[in-house]
Design a binder for this molecule. Structure first.
Ligand code: NAD
Ligand code: ZN
Length: 366
């Protein structure tokens, strides 16, 4: 088992990475479970595969799991589902000293974390992330949120879990497409700050995604350690260090927006394309060699992800994509902050990238 300590919010907690954690959830969560009844929040897909082992583990330890099952997908991060969840927790008489278990992907983790942050002015929660994206990204760092008609993740709170159990077995039931999309965020940590880990991803990415548990454990543990380090440097997004985590995300969000945030392009798929674009744009600016940009694209392709935005069949112009970026960042004119590369493993924040230049670059890529 890999154990990564995370020190945030004036507290510290562990991220444990191993196979078999969910089947033994009660043992790991024991220090946080003070009542017989244990509230568990999940979604309908995850429940099909993972409700039973968690329920069995809790029952064997003398607990009664109480289930709240959300609809699957992004739509669960809504005011309606938040209200239903909080009302349910109150009906279960959950108190400030209690812990809620969040069993699922980033959607379940974000909604449950936010509900835990506001219930009785803050109760505890444990993250049981079941997607690769949730294991390497959303379950670490303490950001919780819901979406509103004004945009994604606009209402939320910083609220740290007491423990994170990243069970590699959970990834065995995850659709391959979700697995590949999550791996984009793994490669991201290498490209933005760790050239040796990028080399590792180049060599092992394909085998890790194909289910090699030892490789997956390393991929998850190293990603969590990278995120924990960056987030600890800049817990509330004030110094700019955390901005590096947005590598590939400005381009990626524009592509997600252009495809209507639909199944046509998963978040991680957009990030993968966005990282290729960030590398190519860095090469165009003379910051890295064209060969390095090609290496980024090859590593991403080896993980089964697309590297050419032309494959999306978009009919828009580069300017239309740049407009999404302006809207995204609420910039009024001319320039945008972008994460660019000085080399593979050394990303930096350029606060003033000319939009007209980005538009021209995107026109060449479309
Ligand atoms: P998700 O939670 O919607 O899960 C993706 C799909 O996989 C869903 O259909 C889900 O039901 C299914 N699923 C989950 N685990 C499964 C399993 N083990 N077996 C079979 N099916 C399974 O999506 P996600 O990609 O995990 O998370 C995306 C969310 O995370 C977004 O809302 C995003 O805003 C958020 N996020 C938050 C942070 C943060 O710091 N809090 C960071 C990144 C992303
Ligand atoms: Zn992301």
């Amino acid at each position: 088992m890999a154990v990564i300590p995370v020190a945030l919010g004036g507290r510290s907690y562990e991220v444990r990475v191993e196979s078999g954690l969910l089947a033994d959830a009660a043992t790991h969560c024991a220090p946080f479970l003070r009542k017989t009844r244990v509230p568990v929040i999940t979604d309908e897909n995850v429940a099909q595969h993972w409700r039973e082992p968690v329920e069995r583990s809790l029952a064997a330890a003398g607990h009664e799991a109480r289930w709240h099952v959300l609809p699957a997908g992004e739509r669960a991060k809504s005011w309606t589902e938040l209200a239903r969840t909080v009302d349910w927790l109150l009906s279960e008489e959950v108190e400030r000293g209690d812990h809620i278990l969040a069993l699922g992907g980033g959607v379940v983790g974000d909604l449950t974390g936010f509900a835990a942050a506001i219930l009785k002015r803050g109760c505890g929660f444990v993250q049981l992330p079941t997607t690769l994206l949730a294991q390497v990204d959303s379950s670490v760092g303490g950001k919780t949120a819901i979406n509103t008609p004004a945009g994604k993740n606009l209402v939320g709170a910083f609220h740290q879990p007491s423990l994170v159990l990243a069970d590699l077995d959970a990834l065995g039931t995850l659709p391959q497409r979700e697995m590949r999309a999550g791996f984009a965020e793994v490669i991201k940590y290498g490209i933005l700050g760790d050239p040796e880990f990028f080399d590792w991803c180049e060599r092992n990415g394909h085998a890790a995604i194909s289910g090699d548990t030892d490789l997956l454990e390393q991929a998850v543990a190293r990603s969590v350690a990278a995120k924990a380090r960056i987030v600890a440097e800049d817990e509330r997004e004030t110094t700019g260090a955390r901005a590096l985590l947005n590598l590939g995300h400005t381009f990626g969000h524009a592509l997600e927006a252009q495809t209507g945030f639909s199944d046509r392009l998963l978040h991680g798929e957009g990030v993968a394309l966005g990282m290729v674009l960030a590398a190519r744009y860095s090469a165009r600016r003379g910051l890295i060699a064209p060969d390095d940009a090609a290496r980024v694209a090859t590593a991403i392709a080896a993980a089964g992800l697309q590297t050419e935005i032309s494959t999306l069949g978009l009919t828009c112009t580069g300017t239309a994509l740049a407009d999404h970026m302006m809207h995204d960042k609420k910039m009024d004119a001319g320039t945008l902050p972008f994460i660019l590369l000085r080399s593979i493993g050394a990303a930096f924040l350029d606060r003033e990238v000319a939009l007209i230049d980005v538009s021209a670059f995107l026109d060449e890529q479309l």
